[in-house]
Design a protein around this ligand. Structure first.
Ligand code: GLN
Length: 484
């Protein structure tokens, strides 16, 4: 059952080949047997999952079932799930049981999807390797010594190992696309505002966006369909109609104009990864697409600007974790100040503290103009680069990451080299554009991701472009040895 795509699973449920309870048990059993070595889940909710599966089976009998009814899914532990622990990968929230569902969770529940559990992640989504999690690192199912990427590393590893047909992720600077690339799965970061952020624990509010992580683009279309749409509880949610993503998958690619930004193929890109990406672009040429060389001249400013904007916003967002209302509280505080200090010192890990310090500094009087305002100006330049590019091309393609999955521990002492893992993904967040990563030919047995960036609200186009490639190739159907 775990090798089937979501449509096949849904067809099996309808044909009565198995029930949702059986399907759910199958994945729960895989998690129990295989996740010990991966650590992709922080919590597994067997009883709640089986209750949801029973309800889905009734709905399948009764009628009114949709394409996700009875299909298991896992949520990144950044999404609030009512009655279930929602840790955000942090000691700070290790004891937090969310009192409500995030909109994304609520919508997927309404669609009938069955929550298997919550996936591991970098603490407060800050990281590119899953090593900053309070719950320990996640291992890449393709190579147990390598990281799965981050921050949605648990979701990526769980989908890659076929422990769940789908998972949710969030992407502030690459956290859906980068782990999708390193684990060989499909990951879509929608346009900023396409998917509600309500109940998604905030890291950098002007950049954060939730999206699906699945084996294929066709599966991602089904999951995004349920996630997307206006939400009055999120003031930045877009009041734009949601297209029928499934209906748009099959468009022919003849005449599609693909832009290859020269800045995405320069120094720092692994030669074998470049080759694999170029081979995929060749496949698109065979599908009738036209390839155009373009330039995104401000690309080199994306990482520095992001590391001002993201820490600035996080320093403000994380101020609420003070040991008073919820979360970790130190023992025997002497007074209020002592309570704040020791609760925050004990609740947060090093990377989160580093970001809070940088952000507080960048926002302080006297430095605000020099850092935050300047970074915001760079965001405009970056958005303009894309705007000019989209006058000439329909989509932009390049590698998702400069290399394949690196070794656990390799970059933990060098934050800058860690930050550079997102060199090709961050610009889309700064501009608010959608991007998808799909697996292409691996290098030395390790997955490689092709990133496709589209114009605002062009998710349907991205899924279509990804799907057409997946129809003529089979990289997305490969699972790592031992997880078949
Ligand atoms: N790796 C980037 C960071 O550490 C992006 C994280 C994300 O997208 N959540 O901030």
């Amino acid at each position: 059952m775990h090798t089937k795509n979501i449509s096949e699973l849904a067809a099996g449920l309808r044909a009565g080949e198995y029930s949702s309870v059986e399907l759910t048990r199958h994945f729960l059993e895989r998690i129990r047997r295989l996740d010990g070595g991966l650590n992709s889940f922080i919590s597994v909710c067997e009883d709640a999952a089986l209750a949801m599966a029973r309800a889905a089976d009734e709905r399948l009998q009764r009628g009114g079932a949709g394409p996700l009814t009875g299909i298991p899914i896992a949520h990144k532990d950044i999404f609030c799930t009512q009655g279930l622990k929602t840790s955000c990968g942090s000691r700070m929230l290790d004891n937090f049981i969310a009192p409500y569902d995030a909109t994304v969770v609520e919508r997927l529940k309404r669609a009938g999807a069955v929550t298997l559990g919550k996936t591991n992640m970098d603490e407060f989504a800050m990281g590119s390797s899953n090593e900053t999690s309070f719950y320990g690192p996640v291992r890449n199912p393709w190579d147990g010594d390598a990281v799965p990427g981050g921050s949605s590393g648990g979701s990526a590893a769980a989908v890659a190992a076929r422990l769940t047909p789908a998972a949710t992720g969030t992407d502030t600077g690459g956290s859906i696309r980068q782990p999708a690339a390193l684990c060989g799965v499909t990951g879509l970061k929608p346009t900023y505002g396409r998917v509600s952020r309500y109940g998604m624990i905030a890291f950098a509010s002007s950049l954060d966006q939730g999206g699906p992580m699945t084996a294929s683009a066709a599966d991602a279309a089904l999951v995004l369909q349920a996630m997307a749409g206006f939400d009055e509880r999120d003031s930045t949610s877009a009041e734009q109609p949601v297209p029928d993503y499934g209906a748009e998958l099959e468009h022919d690619l003849a005449g599609l104009r693909i832009g290859l930004p020269r800045e995405y193929f320069g120094e720092g890109l692994d030669a074998a990864v470049a080759e694999s990406v170029e081979e995929a672009v060749g496949e698109y040429r065979r599908l009738g697409a036209e390839v155009v060389d373009i330039s995104l001249p401000n690309t080199h400013l994306a990482v520095p600007a992001y590391y001002v904007v993201a820490p600035a916003e996080c320093s403000s967002n994380l101020a609420r974790f003070d040991g008073v209302r919820y979360g970790h509280r130190c023992e025997d505080p002497k007074n209020l100040e002592d309570l704040y200090k020791r609760s925050r010192a004990g609740g947060f890990g090093d990377e989160v503290k580093r970001r809070i310090l940088i952000g507080t500094y960048a926002l302080s009087a006297g430095y605000y103009d020099a850092y935050y305002l300047k970074a915001q100006r760079i965001r405009h330049l970056i958005s303009d680069d894309f705007k000019h590019a989209f006058d000439r091309v329909d989509v932009i393609m390049g590698p998702t990451t400069p290399g394949t999955a690196f070794r656990i521990g390799e970059r933990t002492d060098d934050p800058v080299s860690m930050y550079l893992s997102d060199i090709y993904t961050i610009a889309a967040n700064l501009a608010g554009l959608p991007g998808i990563s799909i697996p292409v030919a691996p290098v030395d047995g390790k997955p490689v991701g092709l990133q496709i960036i589209g114009n605002y609200f062009a998710e349907a186009r991205l899924l279509n472009v990804a799907h057409k490639y997946q129809q003529v190739t089979d990289w997305h159907t490969k699972a790592p040895e031992g997880y078949l």
